[in-house]
Design a protein around this ligand. Sequence first.
Ligand code: FAD
Length: 512
Amino acid sequence: MAHDTHIAADTVQPAGILPEVFREAVAQADVAISITDTAATILYVNPGFERVTGYSLAEARGQNQSLLSAKTTPPAVYTQLWETIGKGEPWSGRLVNRRRDGSEYLADLMITPVRDGDGRVANYLGIHRDITELHRLECQVCNQKALIESVVDSAPLAMALLDGERRVVLDNLQYKKLTSELGVGEAAKIILDAVRAEHGDTLGVPRDGAQAFADREIRIDREGGKAPRWFSCTGTWVRSVNAATYAFFGARDSIYLLLIAKEITQQRAQQEQARMAALQAMMAEENRVSGLRESLSAALFHMEGPMNVLASVVAMQGRRGQHDPTAAALGEALRAGQQALDTLRRATPDLIGESVSAANINELLRDVLDLATVRLLRAGIMVTWKPQATLPVIYGRPVRLRSMFKALVDNAIDAMNTKGWQRRELTVVTRSRAGSVEVLIEDSGPGIPPALHLKAFEPFFTTNPGGVRHAGTGLSMAQQVVADHEGIIEIDADYDSGCRMRVALPCQRETF
Ligand code: FAD
């Protein structure tokens, strides 16, 4: 059969296009085209075929297409090729071919079965091009990608690439490990929240190569007895070429945020040790001062009552014009008593001065629990520490806040540490609420009866009159500190498994 009759078949020829046009189009096409019979015997090849393979029409005609096989393509590929075209379906794939001069090339081949007027497959149309260079470049890209991935994976840094919706589109092994270790969702979100919470950073305007933030040290708190972890974080904007078709001619590139987090927990642990030692010394001094203030305030409070009575008696006697020896003695006693009160007031030490600064409530509570470890262990109290992984900062007086939380934790320990008390559990929770940070300190002690919930904040009120540790000023002091920070402190009336103190401190404050 003549090979050109099939291409010029009337059934497939669009009206108005001459058979010669088809012939010329095939002849001049810049790809290797061959037309075979159903046994792959070559009937026709175009000049493009000669340019790719080195075989002219005269040399190729009558030969099988296997003429081009480099004999290295796996037989399974040919089996699949023949199975497909045998069913009358087109096949496309890659084969290793050999040119006339013996050199090998990679062919990207498409075979289309061509049917005759009766609908039977009579010929095959083969179109292929040399994709050796393309394949080489593909391999190069793959190798580079594998190399970059192995370098990025073995780096001791957690890395993640985030898209505009802050979704992780690429990450390394360290990042995956970090996410699973933190166990509270995507690590990138926690890191970005912490950067914002601790440094108030906005990420700025995305610009290729610009840094959204650099070397930001953040602290991530974890539940249970686990120590907090520290990271030094950097965010860099990077541009990525958009692979979508719509962006082919447009400059619709996307900007991503490359997040790099380096763990610095060990370095921080050493600093923390030194800080804790200094803190212990400072808290000891604080305790001494507040103990003294507490004792002297209690003495003043208890003496002021009788002194007021005495002052009224002396005033009454004065009004009645009584000037007998008893009145004189009472007047003398009043003067001496007032002098003694003045002396006590002067002897009352001032609170340690402190300026306003940014405070991390998780850090303060963690300090308090660390400082109370020995007491907690001695009392056999089980502690559940449930911090929100990252918290917004509070602007206030950290030393006073820490003392306030310490007073609440001390109260909780005292409440449970009584002879015969079985359930000894302390739970400390932190969480951020709209514009504030909330702290819950729950103990499984006997609790405070609802009728005393307000009275408990009065100075010198105590449910434990025989107690040696406090004169009943802990809660009044706590209320004072919270009020100074424009916050709220209350005893949760709905909690009936002990006592739950709720402290809410606002993040933003107008004044101080
Ligand atoms: P073969 O012994 O020829 O065959 C290998 C496998 O193919 C066997 O499993 C056999 O069963 C099956 N097979 C072979 N011929 C047929 C057939 N007529 N019907 C059913 N199954 C069959 N091969 C290339 O290597 N490079 C090319 O560029 C190329 N272009 C082609 C273009 C067209 C249009 C067609 C139809 C085929 C093309 N082939 C090409 C396939 C080629 O015909 C050979 O099948 C292949 O080269 C393997 O040849 P071989 O001598 O190594 O093995």
